[in-house]
Design a protein around this ligand. Sequence first.
Ligand code: ZN
Ligand code: ZN
Ligand code: ZN
Ligand code: ZN
Length: 201
Amino acid sequence: MKGALAAMERSDYQTANSIFRNLIDSGLPLPEEMPYYFSETLFQLGQYDNSQNFVNKYLELTGFTGQNYESATRLKEKLKVPLAQIIACELCDRRGYRYESCTTCQGKKQTEQACSYCKAKGVVGCSRCGASGMIKKVNVFNLVDFYECERCGGKGRLTCPTCSGSGKEVSACKTCEGSGKTPSTALCNHEAHVHSEGAKK
Ligand SMILES: [Zn+2]
Ligand SMILES: [Zn+2]
Ligand SMILES: [Zn+2]
Ligand SMILES: [Zn+2]
């Protein structure tokens, strides 16, 4: 952790960030004060939601006894403004990552695929006449008469009720769950049409 603190000392928060992440990934027990220093680093990098998670974790673990209790409560105060901006902004997700147009549906919110009901044929067999177009009826002389099926007009086929004959089915895009947008890895500056540089989570 010393290396990370030295990096923070010289405002090299990117380096501090990667040292902290390696520390977490190592699976070793974390120093007690580490969540505070990490949250401070994340704050400096503009990762406010992550920062809040770690400062809360720190306060939860150490309570009033932590060496950095005061600084941690101050950091929580400092986080209020940027977190409120994230919530108010519609251009980013609740973690502050800028939305971009969904690449699966190109922002259309829906995707088009072959109709599963008619297997993209656009027509289905008429169920009343068994797709024959004719209805059999036994008349009073016990002879079989054939009538044209009224439902399909004798064609034996009907326009697919699911796709209305287009052979295509439209459904909400699964990638973006129908919202048309997915969060990118860039942190949002809460301004339209300007992309800010940001680090990946
Ligand atoms: Zn269909
Ligand atoms: Zn029919
Ligand atoms: Zn989509
Ligand atoms: Zn935003």
